[in-house]
Ligand binder design. Structure first.
Ligand code: GRF
Length: 218
């Protein structure tokens, strides 16, 4: 089967982007990372993508009068790159309903919490403040409402009494780097289908839609 031509949209350091590119280097990975797009010219992830030999483009949102014209430019770049699937990886622009709907079930995101808990920003601070015992990350299909959409893969770690937002965030980031490639492989490989707004996974291998629990000493 031909590899699914995939773009990654970033705004910053691009560690999830790098994890996806590295995973996609495997011969049997069903996605090819054909393009990395940043809305910020100074995103550190751009250099990481170039080092890995991936095409990059910058579409600076500040040069557009409104979201619609910014997104039209995004869509032009995506269609020039013959992109079939889009991964958001720390992309810090809200997307319009038109854009999200036009990429329905071909647009995925990684969020640093076990959704639907802790939507939005500062998830690690809020998890600690709430006193939850586990916290984690979610790879999901994107819907118009921010941080909503069918869950593809989730991973969890314990919250330790000694945790700060930083220490917890570091462990969660490692979880993100594990689950996002799994989610991309499921979607690009057509193993994850959305049925009644839930993801059904058709695959026999490891992590087939299972929760990924990362133990304390992992
Ligand atoms: C990650 O924590 C991701 O879950 C969130 O933004 C952060 C991006 O980090 N959406 P990076 O750019 O992938 O390193």
């Amino acid at each position: 089967m031909a590899k699914t031509r995939t773009a990654i949209l970033i705004s910053g350091r691009g560690s999830n982007m790098a994890a996806l590119i590295d995973a996609a280097e495997a011969a049997d990975f069903p996605a090819e990372i054909a393009l990395v797009l940043s809305n910020r010219p100074d995103a550190a992830g751009l250099a990481k993508a170039r080092q890995r030999g991936v095409d990059t483009a910058v579409i600076d949102h500040r040069k557009f009068n409104d979201r619609a014209t910014f997104e039209a430019a995004l869509n032009r770049a995506l269609s020039e790159g013959k992109i079939e699937l889009v991964c958001l990886a720390g992309f810090m622009r809200l997307l319009t309903a038109d854009f999200v709907d036009s990429w329905r079930n071909r647009l995925i995101n990684i969020h640093p919490s076990i959704l639907p808990a802790f939507k939005g920003l500062q998830t690690h601070e809020r998890a600690i403040a709430a006193g939850v015992r586990i916290h984690g990350a979610t790879a999901h299909f994107v819907r118009v409402t921010m941080d909503e959409g069918p869950v593809i893969v989730q991973g969890a770690v314990p919250v330790l009494p000694s945790d700060t937002a930083e220490s917890l965030g570091e462990r969660i980031l490692a979880v993100e780097h594990r689950i996002y490639p799994i989610a991309l492989a499921l979607v690009a490989g057509r193993k994850a289908r959305v049925v009644s707004e839930k993801v059904v996974v058709e695959q026999d291998g490891a992590h087939a839609g299972d929760a990924l629990i990362v133990p304390l000493n992992a």
